[in-house]
Design a protein around this ligand. Structure first.
Ligand SMILES: [Fe+2]
Length: 166
């Protein structure tokens, strides 16, 4: 079972991007910003019980992860933002969906290899990964799941969305 797989998932990027910019004031700087004293990473969390949280449910249904704790959020990284090599806390699984179309696709680096993606399932809690500086911004819709990777993989595999060539 591969720890990084592309998903053949087409999202309405403009819809999600508009939502992000409409709700800019509902977000917060990532915890690493005050620590590093840089403004490199901004997030808007889809808190339980909010309208935003309901709006993301169709995406969860498409991916067959509805009903799970998926901790959805917008994640915006500024041009030049860097994340050094790390594993995410709690054995986290990430589902990252690019919602920009004016810049090259976001890239995650795993074991020295660059993986550009539009939508991907990534075992970020168990594999070392990093983000290198690029001259453009990055905006993704992201789900963070704390479940066994194999279970989430199987759930998404059943939808047929896992790209067979990854
Ligand atoms: Fe990470």
């Amino acid at each position: 079972m591969k720890r990084f797989v592309h998903l053949n998932y087409n999202i309405d990027k403009e819809y999600w991007r508009d939502l992000f910019y409409e709700r800019l004031n509902e977000g917060q700087w990532n915890d690493s910003c005050p620590r590093k004293k840089t403004l490199h990473w901004y997030q808007i969390f889809f808190h339980p019980g909010t309208e935003l949280r309901k709006l993301v449910e169709p995406v969860e249904r498409d991916l067959n992860i509805d009903g799970l704790d998926t901790f959805p959020r917008f994640s915006y990284m500024f041009p030049g933002a860097v994340l050094p090599i790390h594993k995410d806390e709690d054995g986290l699984i990430g589902i990252n969906i690019n919602i920009l179309d004016d810049v090259p696709a976001p890239v995650i680096h795993i074991k020295g290899q660059a993986f550009p993606y539009e939508a991907a399932l990534i075992d970020v809690g168990n594999i070392q990964h990093s983000v290198k500086a690029v001259p453009h911004h990055r905006l993704i819709l992201k789900f963070c799941l704390r479940y066994p990777y194999a279970d989430i993989y199987k759930r998404i595999e059943s939808t047929g969305l896992i790209c067979p060539t990854t």
